[in-house]
Design a protein around this ligand. Sequence first.
Ligand SMILES: [Zn+2]
Length: 76
Amino acid sequence: MMHQMRAEYGAGGPPDGVRLWHMVRGAGSVAMCGRELDAAAPVREAADWGRTPELCCHTCGAYFLRETPYLAAEHQ
Ligand SMILES: [Zn+2]
């Protein structure tokens, strides 16, 4: 199962920039933590998890780690 990161905007929407990165399965717009994200929000490769200047969602991180322990372990 492929994963990718998808951005959550700040309260003001896209002009506020990225507030938090979530992880989604496939090309979906619902994060693993259950949050619905803007389908037009920026995405990044799952390999960038933990490497962005913005924070990553802790709940998504926990699910991601459970589903892809080997991939996630490379990024400890
Ligand atoms: Zn999340």
